[in-house]
Design a protein around this ligand. Structure first.
Ligand code: UD1
Ligand code: CA
Length: 453
C-alpha cells in the first residue's frame, strides 16, 4: 500500500459569530497561519489520499485558503452529520480505509494523536472518537463507555441526564470512521433532538446497534482547545508560542527572555542561535548557526546565514538575504536585498531592492532611494565598497567593487570599481567669520535694548 488509505474531512461551515468579524473564523491566524492552515498542515502529515473542507455558502475566502484541497458546500447548517454529508460527492470513490473528521477551529491536534486513532481503527474499531477531560466539561458532548471501556454512545449536553453530565470524558468532535460505513451511518442520523440538528455524535449508538465496535482515544485538553472568540484566539496564540519557545530551546537556541519572543508557524532556527528580548518573527524566516538576533528586532521573509548579528532594533523584511558573517546594526531596515558575506550596515540605514557585495561597508544613514512613486529600481554595491555616512544612492545605480563614496553624497550615476565618488556641495567659509558675526550681532542687540529702556 503506497498510501495509508486515509481521507480527511474538515468541518468549517460554521460562521463563528462570536468572533464578531467580517472574516470567517477559520481564517483568523495563530502564529501567522490561519486556524484552517494549521489543521490542514496536521492533516497532511497523515499522507491522506484526499482532504475535503466543508464550507458554508459564500465562503470563497475559506476555499482559497483550503486550495489545492477541494471544498464541499453545506448550503444550510443543519448539524455536524449534515456537514459530513456535504462531503459525500468528494468522497464518492473512497470506499476503503479511514475517514477522519476534523474541525477547522481546533488547530492543535497532534499527528501522534491522529496516528493513535488510526491504529485503533485498523485494529478493528469501526468508529474511533477522540475524547478529552477538560478542566471544565461545560457543554461538551459526553462519551458514555461500558464496563469494558467500549464506547456505547455520545450524548449531547442538551440531552444529557444529570448522571451523564457528571461524566468527565468529553467529545472533542474528532473521529476516525471506516470509510465503508461512514455514509450509511450518517444517513441514518435524524434530527429528533433538542436542537433539531443532525448530530454526527449519533453515529456511535447507530454503529453499536449494528455490532460495530466503537473506541475512544484520549488526548490532552490543550491539544483540543477550540477557538470561538477573540479571547480563545489570544489563549491559543499564547499556548502555541509557549510550546514553540520550549521547542526552540530544546533545539539548542538561547532565548534570553523567552516570554517576549514571538515565532511564526514556519520559523526555522539552527542550533546556537541566540535571540534577545522582544524579538518578533513573521512568516518565512530561516536563521543559521551561531547567529545572534538582538533585542527588539522584527524579521519576516528573510534568510540569514551563520554567525550573523542583527539588531538591536533591526527590521528585516521579505526578500532579505544575509549571508554568513553579515552585521546589521540598530535602526537598519533591509528589504528585498542580498548582503554578501561579511557585509556591514551598522547604523540607521534603509537597504531595499539591492545587492551588496562581500565585505562592503554601508555607513550610517545610507539610503537606497529605490522608489520614484511609480516603480522600484535596484542598487548594486560591489564587494569591499565603502559607502560614506548619509549617502543617498538614487537607483537604478551601481557602485563598483572597492569604490569609496564620500559621506553625504547623493549618487545618481554609476561609480567605477576602486574609484572615489563625492557628490555634495564643496565646503566653503572663512577664518574668524563666526567670531566677527557674534560680535556684530551682539552689538545690534545691545543697541535695541538701550533704545527700549
Ligand atoms: C460538537 C459535538 C459535541 C462536542 C463539540 C466539541 C455534535 C452534535 N456535537 O458540538 O459533542 O463536544 O463539538 O467542540 O457534533 N459545523 C458545520 N456545519 C454544521 C454544524 C457544525 O460545518 O451544520 C462545524 C462547525 O463549523 C465546527 C464544527 O462543525 O467547526 C462543530 O460544530 P459546533 O456547532 O461548534 O458543535 P458543538 O455544538 O460545539
Ligand atoms: Ca463548538
Amino acid at each position: 500500500m503506497s498510501k495509508r488509505q486515509v481521507a480527511v474531512v474538515v468541518l468549517a461551515a460554521g460562521k463563528g459569530t462570536r468572533m464578531k468579524s467580517t472574516r470567517s473564523k477559520v481564517l483568523h491566524p495563530v502564529a501567522g497561519r490561519s486556524l484552517l492552515g494549521h489543521v490542514l498542515d496536521t492533516a497532511t502529515t497523515l499522507d491522506p489520499e484526499r482532504v475535503v473542507v466543508v464550507v458554508g455558502p459564500d465562503m470563497e475566502d475559506v476555499a482559497a485558503e483550503a486550495a489545492p484541497h477541494p471544498t464541499a458546500i453545506q448550503s444550510e447548517q443543519r448539524g455536524t452529520a449534515d456537514a459530513v454529508k456535504a462531503a459525500r460527492v468528494a468522497l464518492a470513490d473512497f470506499m476503503t480505509g479511514t475517514v477522519f473528521i476534523l474541525y477547522g477551529d481546533t488547530p492543535f491536534i497532534g499527528t501522534d494523536t491522529l496516528n493513535a486513532m488510526l491504529d485503533r481503527r485498523t485494529a478493528g474499531a469501526g468508529v474511533v472518537v477522540l475524547g478529552f477531560r477538560p478542566d471544565d466539561p461545560g457543554a461538551y458532548g459526553r462519551l458514555i463507555v461500558d464496563e469494558t471501556e467500549n464506547l456505547t454512545r455520545i450524548v449531547e449536553f442538551s440531552e444529557a441526564s444529570d448522571a451523564e453530565r457528571a461524566v468527565t470524558l468529553c467529545n472533542s468532535g474528532v473521529m476516525a470512521i471506516d470509510a465503508a460505513l461512514l455514509f450509511g451511518l450518517v444517513d441514518a442520523v435524524n434530527d429528533d433532538n433538542a436542537k433539531g440538528e443532525f448530530y454526527l455524535t449519533d453515529i456511535v449508538a447507530l454503529a453499536r446497534k449494528d455490532n460495530i465496535g466503537c473506541a475512544v482515544v484520549e488526548a490532552n485538553a490543550e491539544e483540543l482547545q477550540g477557538i470561538n472568540s477573540r479571547v480563545d484566539l489570544a489563549a491559543a496564540e499564547a499556548f502555541w508560542q509557549e510550546q514553540r519557545r520550549y521547542q526552540a530551546m530544546d533545539g539548542g537556541v538561547t532565548l534570553i527572555d523567552p516570554a517576549t519572543v514571538y515565532f511564526s508557524y514556519d520559523t526555522k532556527l539552527a542550533p546556537d542561535v541566540t535571540i534577545g528580548p522582544n524579538v518578533a518573527f513573521g512568516p518565512g524566516v530561516k536563521v543559521g548557526c551561531g547567529t545572534e538576533i538582538k533585542a527588539f528586532s522584527h524579521l519576516e521573509g528573510v534568510v540569514i546565514g551563520e554567525s550573523v548579528t542583527v539588531g538591536p532594533f533591526a527590521r528585516l523584511r521579505p526578500g532579505a538575504v544575509l549571508e554568513d558573517g553579515v552585521k546589521i546594526g540598530n535602526f537598519v531596515e533591509v528589504k528585498n536585498a542580498v548582503l554578501g558575506k561579511g557585509a556591514k550596515a551598522s547604523h540607521l540605514s534603509y537597504i531595499g531592492d539591492a545587492e551588496v557585495g562581500m565585505e562592503a561597508n554601508i555607513g550610517a544613514g545610507t539610503i537606497t532611494c529605490n522608489y520614484d512613486g511609480y516603480f522600484k529600481y535596484r542598487t548594486k554595491i560591489g564587494a569591499g565598497a565603502f559607502i560614506g555616512s548619509n549617502t543617498a544612492l538614487v537607483a537604478p545605480v551601481a557602485v563598483g567593487d572597492g569604490a569609496i563614496i564620500g559621506a553625504g553624497s547623493v549618487i545618481t550615476e554609476d561609480v567605477e570599481g576602486d574609484a572615489l565618488a563625492v557628490a555634495r556641495g564643496r565646503q566653503g567659509g572663512s577664518d574668524g567669520w563666526a567670531a566677527k558675526f557674534r560680535t556684530s550681532q551682539q552689538a545690534k542687540k545691545d543697541q535695541i535694548k538701550k533704545g527700549g529702556d
